[in-house]
Design a protein around this ligand. Structure first.
Ligand code: AMP
Length: 595
């Protein structure tokens, strides 16, 4: 496909906010894409070059793109900056500066490879080389693509949809409706690479999609837990089940393969040294590649391979938590989370040593285990996890009565843990799903509102009075509506943050602020914040109860009473609490049960 044709689709996508229209445009684009280019087209419409877990980033700031424009069009930097101030958008700036020259109609694949080359530049002088290569494209490429070319390297190509809409579009491409989406999505949950899914679907159809297997190096979407308010209700729902401690750390998916990583994989596994070493990769619940942050966990995984000669490959699911080796006590979440960092890794890993409590195994010696019952996966896990200094087997107790469950719960609380996760004995591992295969039983369940709510920060209001100094006085949060792919407001929060948290919130918000309300937001105009943020920051909110509201858009008008910030969460915005969950929590709160 030529870049002029591709740009034409991007123009159409940019103009609409209607979900069905976006889906139909994407479906048409994917239909016209060849099998060789469809993966690249999927990444490009999302403003990326590869799935985020591959760690391929441009590492270019706005001001570098401005410099590149000045070089491309041979203009003084002040003139470029001036235009940028006037338009407020890199894309419009590039268009305005380029003038009338049309440019070359490259193929999408050519453009993709140029962009990839820019992103892969590393080492000394790489910024200058990136800048020059980008300037070449600014000068040469057909004008229709210029706007998008300027936005992609700084992560600002936002057309208002995610991978999920591409899954719909793939179905639409074949059947003119969304009926195939559940099957395609199931495959995506097992191998979260949208380009790969599109390519397989294009070339091998639904049959190919149904055969997609897990593979070390490509993350699997994490299974999630439902919630129920009492031990009795949990027993009623699950019957005899396994109760496991709920560790309050962060989710890690550890991939191990005795064979070295594939070439595309090497960039983000710098820690692994030579490419002849086994693959070890760690992914977060957000599907980020966090391998480099945890040298101690990598070492633990390596030790496992050394100690267990029958282990060829595995994908392990677990929770990492900080602990104090002297007192043998777990560290609070605020301390554990300090390990998620890009700098000072060596020092902090000594200060906050981690243990990973592995609770599941999703792949073993070349075989996907997702469809095996949990009890069987657990047996395999017990054999795989030979004594290891970092990777520990999650303790587990089979319970058959509410009384036993309560006893386990008290034990966990005494150990300073959050509570329990109760698991159905024979359940499959349903990647990406939140269902009653796992049910959490947490301390906060005794309060009126049965659980905290994970919300997306949608924008903030400038402060008055004391907080004027921070430039933020309140912020607006919303929950996720997966049916409509929208974020709907549920609370405006103006109290309960420490000075440090306000500063932190302002900083985080400013990093993701946008000039207009994002397309996916449903906000009553009386609630419009002074500064909009794109959906990126996820916060855990505690509130007293859920009430009806005439102004909030969540679940047809529900709001949080006395909302307060508990902590920043490491989650995808689409992983925020959903409309359905809030409705269920509202029902639990009003009736004491789900109807
Ligand atoms: P929540 O984040 O409140 O939805 O609770 C589910 C999370 O609990 C999972 O995503 C894990 O990160 C964490 N967790 C801690 N211990 C366990 C466990 N034993 N089994 C499953 N998840 C656990």
């Amino acid at each position: 496909m030529k870049i002029t044709k591709f740009s034409h689709y991007l123009d159409k996508l940019e103009k609409t906010t209607l979900r069905n229209e976006i889906t139909a445009i994407l479906a048409d684009l994917l239909k016209k894409s060849s099998p060789e280019e469809i993966d690249k087209i999927c990444y490009l419409v999302l403003g990326e070059l590869a799935p985020s877990f591959r760690g391929i980033e441009f590492n270019l700031e706005e001001k570098m793109v401005l410099r590149s424009l000045s070089l491309a069009f041979n203009l003084p930097p002040e003139k470029v900056t001036e235009k940028f101030k006037e338009t407020g958008d890199l894309g419009e700036t590039a268009l305005a500066l380029r003038g009338k020259t049309k440019g070359k109609d490259f193929s999408v694949q050519e453009i993709y490879h140029h962009l990839l080359e820019i992103a892969l530049e590393e080492g000394e002088g790489s910024q200058e080389r990136k800048l020059r290569k980008l300037a070449f494209l600014f000068k040469e490429v057909d004008k229709s693509f210029l706007k998008y070319l300027a936005r992609i390297p700084v992560g600002k190509l936002r057309l208002g949809f995610s991978e999920i809409t591409i899954l719909d579009a793939l179905s639409w491409m074949k059947t003119q409706d969304k009926s195939l989406r559940p099957k395609i999505e199931r495959a995506f949950n097992i191998a979260a690479d949208i380009g790969l899914i599109a390519k397989v679907f294009k070339t091998k159809g639904l049959r190919g999609i149904e055969k997609i297997q897990a593979k070390p190096g490509t993350p699997i979407l994490a299974a999630r837990a439902e919630r129920l308010p009492t031990a009795e209700k949990i027993m009623e729902k699950l019957g005899t089940c396994f109760a496991e401690p709920k560790f309050d750390g962060f989710r890690v998916q550890i991939h191990i393969d005795r064979r070295p990583p594939e070439k595309t994989f090497q960039k983000q596994t710098t820690l692994l040294g030579s490419s002849s070493e086994p693959l070890v990769a760690i992914f977060s619940r957000n599907l980020e590649n966090i391998t480099d942050m945890f040298p101690d966990v990598v070492k633990g995984a390596r030790a496992l391979l050394q100690k267990n000669s029958s282990l060829q490959s595995a994908i392990l699911d677990g929770e990492a938590i900080g602990y104090n080796p002297k007192t043998k006590k777990f560290l609070p979440f605020q301390k554990t989370v300090q390990r998620k960092r890009k700098y000072d890794i060596g020092r902090v890993s000594k200060e906050v040593p981690l243990l990973v409590f592995v609770f599941d195994i999703l792949f073993h010696n070349g075989k996907t285990l997702l469809k095996e019952p949990f009890s069987k996966r657990r047996k395999i896990l017990e054999k795989v996890l030979v004594a290891n200094p970092v990777l520990k087997l999650t303790p587990q107790k089979k319970v058959s009565s509410a009384q036993e469950l309560k006893k386990e719960f008290q034990k966990a609380i005494k150990q300073g843990l959050e509570g329990l996760v109760c698991k159905k004995i024979n359940a499959v591992y349903q990647a990406g799903a939140r269902n009653f295969n796992w049910v959490k039983y947490k301390k906060s369940m005794e309060s009126k509102l049965v659980d905290t709510i994970d919300c997306v920060v949608m924008g903030y209001y400038r402060g008055r009075g004391k907080r004027a100094g921070f430039g933020i006085g309140a912020f607006l949060v919303g929950i996720y509506n997966p049916q409509k792919e929208t974020f709907d407001t549920i609370a405006k929060i103006g109290t309960g943050l420490s000075d440090k948290q306000w500063q932190q919130m302002r900083k985080k918000c400013d990093q993701v602020k946008v000039s207009e309300k994002p397309k996916s937001y449903r906000v009553n105009k009386n609630l419009a914040p002074d500064v909009w943020c794109r959906p990126q920051i996820v916060v855990e909110i505690q509130a007293d109860e859920i009430t009806k509201s005439p102004i909030h858009t969540a679940a047809g008008g529900l709001a949080l009473r006395f909302p307060r910030l508990k902590r920043f969460r490491d989650k995808l915005p689409e992983d925020a609490t959903t409309t359905k969950e809030v409705l269920e929590m509202y029902q639990i709160q009003t009736n004491g049960s789900r109807s």
